[in-house]
Structures are given as structure tokens and as C-alpha cells.
Design a protein around this ligand. Sequence first.
Ligand code: P1T
Length: 379
Amino acid sequence: MKFNTKAIHGGQEHDPAYGAVMPPIYQTSTYAQTTPGGHKGFEYSRTHNPTRRALENALASIENGNYGLAFGSGLAAIDAIIKLLKPGDEVVSTNDLYGGSFRLFTKIFLDFGIKFHFIGMQSASNIETYINENTKLIWVETPTNPMMNIIDVQAASVIAKKHNILLAVDNTFATPYLQQPIDLGADIVMHSATKYLGGHSDVVMGALIVKDEELANRLYFIQNASGAICGPQDSFLVLRGIKTLHVRMQRHCENGKAVAEYLASHPKIEKVYWPGFEDHPNHNIAKAQMKDFGGMISFTTKGNDYKEAIRIVENLKVFTLAESLGGVESLSGHPASMTHASIPKEEREKTGVVDSLIRLSVGIEDIDDLIADLEQAIG
Ligand code: P1T
């Protein structure tokens, strides 16, 4: 099956009870047993739920994995990955990543004896410099949030395999429509399903997809034992979202390109970060590992003027100033004070997250209205 068909049918069966085309929302915590252990495959909804299972099967299908796991948030999914590790283990992570992932690593797991190296991965060979006998995981986000850096997943996977280390890729920005990390050699794909997979800004959810059975079983164990699962209603909503992922992504990419080009030609804008530009440092890798360049764009104001950046986000009307991304509606954000506020100023400025940086999640509205909104807001 090709991707567009998988988005709609992948891993799905019609409901065995009445043939419902969409899986019912099994809003139940438990399941009747005829005798202890005598049940129909479901015992308790932390462990399994039929609606969540339908979603997990869809997730596995669209990411070309064998196993999907859904969690209560993207951070809960990352938390489950790090719980594969033990005190003394080390992680090599990209230094440009979602602020909440950085906070989880440094404010929670550092205290559990796990060491993190935050490094620039624009040249994947840099990863190898930080690998030693304690390294157990490479953490990649590509495109990165919010600087839109591109990391070569295939090159990272060659290094991971050489040293027998797990490679996890946060595929939230790209989605499986644009990029399939398992095919590029990743062991674990992670999503904030809150974003493009859900697609309608109405759910908070996380997802993991893996190919290897043993790794899947370790993660299922953590999912059940730690219990950070999502509910059936949210599972239904994300499953519904996935069914239009391919058409939404097409429009996100089209609108994203038009907005990036508009901003790049604007005299009041200093720099636009978008991997579709030929002069983006890793444009060629983006072209090779992604189908298109997505709808996320960051930019700075001329002269790196913080007040000007705030004025612009306050003036935008069609773009709503809000945390999050990946919904049908366009959003703007100020990473330094919002999504990346938990990264110390000195650290975030090293990667380019300066006070004049604005991030846009370009939605699927009419492009003329989006450009007109930017025009009136920037002036
Ligand atoms: O918000 P949650 O579903 O827990 O997902 C966390 C997360 C993980 N990875 C990436 C790349 C993310 O962008 C996020 C969440 N990001 C935002 C809320 C944001 O506005 O950037």
C-alpha cells in the first residue's frame, strides 16, 4: 500500500461487532471475564484498549514500523524512551530541540544519573566524537524546533549501528508523510501527535513506533507499568486526524513555501529559516530524506529587534499567537519566551533562539489571506 492509502486504511479493520467503519470509542476501563483470565484479549484499559489499539496499528503502518504505542503526550512518549536507560548511561542529543524535551532530560533524568551531551548535529560525524562505552541512545529531532536544522538520519543510523546504540528520531515536524525515519535506519520514531498527526489542535498525545519486537516489548512494558497512556476519545480523534494527514501536509507544504518566500523578500525581515531554500546549510539532506519541506518556518526581524518581533506577533490576526503547531489553523510563536523558555538564554542563543525569533506554523487557510495578514502585521 502507498502512503495515502495507508493513512486511511493502514492497520485498520472494520469493527467486528457491527461493521462500523470507524472504530467505536471504547470508553471503558475494564472488560468482563468469564473466569480469571477468560477474556477476549482485553483486561484493563491501561494495558490495552480497542480504540487505542486501532490507532497504534495505524501509527505502525504509516511509519513503516511493526509496533505503535500511544501515550498521553509527546513528553510522556519521550519519558518512556529514556526509561529504557539506567543510571550511568549517556545520551547524545541534538542541541536544538523542543524546550520541553530539554527540560525533561536536564531537570528530571539528569537526577536519575543519566548524562546528556547536547551537540550540533548538522554534520552527523560530530555525533561520533561524543560516543563512549556508556552511550546508549542518540536523540535526533529533524527538522529541529525551532531553528529548522536538518539532521542526516541515515548517517546518524550508520554511527548508531556501528556502536550498537539506539537511534530515536522525533518526527513531529516532518510527519511520516514527509519522512520515514525507520526506513532511514532509526530504531524508534517519536511523535508529539498533538501536532500534525492529530492536526486539529484538539488533543494532546504522544506516539512511538518501532520495528524490532524485543524493543517493542520493552516499551509496551514501560507503557503499561508507568501508565502514561492516552484515552479512547483522544485515540479516536488522532486516528481520524491521520486519515487526512497526506492532504493536509500537501497544503501545509504549499503554503509554507509561499510564506517562506514572501518573508525572505521582505525588507524588514533579517533571516528566514526554512529547509526548502537552496542556501539552507542542509538543503541537500532535506531534499534527499524528505518528500517536501513542511509548513514550519522561523525568522528574525531586521537588526534583531525584540520589540519589533513582539509587535508583529501581537498584530497578526489570522495567525493566532499560541503554543503548539501542526493544526489546520496558522499559529505564531515567540520561542524565547514560550516554547523554549525552559532553556537558559545563554544555551538557546548558541543555537540561534534569540529574542527576535518568531516561529510560524503555517496552516491550510487560503494563502492570500495568510500573506495579507503578514503584510499588515509586519508593515
Ligand atoms: O506537547 P507534547 O505533546 O508533550 O509534545 C512535546 C514535543 C515533543 N517534540 C517536539 C518536536 C515538539 O514540538 C513538542 C511540543 N511542542 C510544542 C508544544 C511547541 O509549540 O513547540
